[in-house]
Design a protein around this ligand. Structure first.
Ligand code: PSV
Ligand code: MN
Ligand code: MN
Length: 392
């Protein structure tokens, strides 16, 4: 059994190198359709959100990037925002577009029957690409909220054709070093069809677009019972897993702390990443969080998620691959499963504590942050913090 004393140097190196991108919207007030609770000290603008991101990075050493959401993170000067991030030791990551908060988009955005509405949605992405240029971001992330509520409401095939055309225009506006990351979600905000409901639809559009397009897998966006690690393996195999939106869910798109609802699923996902060599930067998988903290404090919530991803990764890295292969080849069903379970059942917290100490970090980032006094300081300094952007 692997313990912190016997973990291979490659395991330590991989853990020390792992990075996780944080969502700016996780730092604002958030809630459900019933109530948005306020938390003292939440950021009043994107600059303060980035200051909070930098705290997560300061204590974990693993969160050097922040995803922005446009227009939630609207500022006059994006170069200044990027410079502010860099001064605090972090960078701007993916730029998320927003197609779900305008009356014009009630019947669709990139799929809307009216070309003028489609143009408006396409132009919004061109503005996001300008933000990418100003901030040095290389990922444009598109979650399409379009869909229909009733059979016959619109032509399913026609909407796919319009979507393909709209995506072509957005793709054509990218710079050569940019990627278009296309997310899917099986339901909500529409309840009969979604225009990108699943990884297959996202992949079909990505393949039609070209090498700069890849799929985003949000762990909360599948029907209950879906085998997410299978999707991971298939997309990695095709070189089309562009990013994760990590969160956890018990019922629907719950956006809870990563690994809270089902840590074993998170391990199985990271196992596919590790065994397919997709942890290294060259594999092009951006490990992002997509969470909304409704009742828990924001910065500690993000720290907890980062630590949970690290623990699942460490468990995946210590799987005895040779023993697993032997058991698989010899048809030893229970033996193969036992190899995985041994790794899953290992307490990797001492190993991660050592890896952090080697980087000069606190062994327990969560405790160290809580002891720092930062939450009291921002509660005193910031009055009238922002809502995350929407109620979910
Ligand atoms: C949609 O549910 C989603 O998961 C998309 O990733 C958005 O960008 C994010 O939520 C925040 O709205
Ligand atoms: Mn998401
Ligand atoms: Mn979601």
């Amino acid at each position: 059994m692997t313990t912190s004393a016997t973990a291979a140097p490659q395991v330590r190196e991989a853990l020390a190198a792992q990075t996780i991108e944080l969502p700016s919207w996780a730092f604002g007030n958030s809630g459900t359709r019933f109530k948005v609770f306020s938390t003292p000290g939440v950021p009043r603008d994107p600059f303060e959100k980035i200051a909070d991101v930098a705290q997560v990075h300061r204590y974990t050493g693993a969160a050097p990037r922040v995803s922005l959401h446009i227009p939630w993170d609207l500022v006059d000067d994006y170069e200044a925002l990027a410079a502010h991030a860099s001064d605090l030791g972090v960078q701007i990551g993916a730029i998320n577009s927003n197609l779900f908060q305008e009356d014009d988009y009630k019947l669709g955005s990139l799929t809307h029957p009216d070309p003028a509405i489609r143009k408006k949605a396409i132009d919004h992405h061109k503005q996001c690409i300008d933000v990418m240029r100003a901030t040095g971001s290389t990922d444009l992330k598109l979650w399409l909220p379009d869909g229909t509520n009733y059979a016959g409401q619109d032509d399913i095939r026609g909407r796919q054709d319009r979507l393909a055309e709209s995506l072509q225009e957005i793709y054509a506006a990218l710079d050569p070093n940019h990627r278009l990351l296309i997310e899917y979600k099986f339901f909500e905000p529409y309840f009969y069809t979604m225009d990108i409901p699943d990884w297959g639809t996202s992949l079909v559009h990505c393949l039609a677009l070209g090498d700069q397009a890849a799929v985003v897998l949000d762990t909360g966006h599948h029907a209950p019972g879906t085998n997410i690690e299978f999707i991971v393996a298939q997309l990695v195999r095709l070189g089309k897993l562009g990013a994760f939106d990590f969160n956890s869910r018990n019922y629907a798109d719950d956006d809870l702390i990563v690994g809270a609802a089902d840590p074993f699923q998170l391990f199985r996902i990271m196992n596919e990443i590790v065994t397919n060599d997709a942890l290294k930067e060259e594999a092009g998988v951006n490990f992002m969080l997509d969470q909304c903290h409704n009742i828990e404090p924001k910065i500690p919530g993000q720290i907890r998620s980062v630590m949970n991803v690290q623990e699942a990764t460490a468990k995946a890295l210590i799987v005895d691959r040779e023993a697993l292969r032997e058991a698989q080849i010899s048809g030893d069903v229970l033996g193969a499963n036992a190899v995985l379970m041994d790794a899953y059942n290992t307490d990797v917290r001492p190993l991660l504590a050592e890896v952090r100490a080697e980087k000069g970090l606190a062994e327990d980032p969560y405790a160290a942050f809580n002891a720092s006094g930062y939450l009291d300081q921002i509660a005193a300094e910031r009055v009238g913090g922002q809502q995350a952007g929407w109620g979910a």
